[in-house]
Design a binder for this molecule. Structure first.
Ligand SMILES: [Zn+2]
Ligand SMILES: [Zn+2]
Length: 145
């Protein structure tokens, strides 16, 4: 999502809230066998502060993959907050180039660092019995402990 900083200024605005969606072009999850299902929905807020543009918001998306406990299919909705300061200064992490600020890399960075390391098919997934390997969601075993 590209923010036209000059246009904001021309319209006399100092802040704006909006939503957008995008499909990540690369793998953002540090989770084996998992991927983002469909698009990432972003609720964003931007504010001009001096020559900089401050942005914050949240990204909401569905992670689909294997349950980290029982390896059955799992899908969970994840919300990741993000925050970024866009600057005209060269060498800035998030630059404003030709009056434009691209929010997508900042959102992607937040997803990379803020996504869960594990997902579960359900909150109370019992996983496997460490002794006999039975999937305890599906059947009981006779092991003690
Ligand atoms: Zn499970
Ligand atoms: Zn067992």
């Amino acid at each position: 999502m590209i923010i036209d900083v000059n246009k904001l200024k021309q319209q006399g605005k100092t802040e704006e809230s909006f939503t957008f969606e995008f499909v990540p072009a690369r793998q953002l999850l540090d989770l084996p066998e998992a991927s983002i299902e469909g698009c990432v929905r972003v609720n964003a807020y931007v504010r001009l502060s001096g020559k900089d543009l401050y942005s914050e918001g949240e990204a909401v998306f569905t992670v689909k993959g294997e349950c980290s406990r029982c390896l059955e299919a799992a899908a969970v909705e994840v919300t990741v907050p993000f925050e970024a300061q866009f600057s005209l200064l060269s060498g800035a992490d998030y630059p404003i180039k030709a009056g434009l600020a691209d929010l997508t890399p900042a959102v992607e960075e937040a997803i990379i660092t803020g996504s869960p390391m594990v997902i579960y098919c359900k909150d109370d997934c019992k996983g496997f019995c460490p002794n006999c390997g039975v999937n305890l969601n599906k059947s009981k075993c006779n092991c003690k402990n």
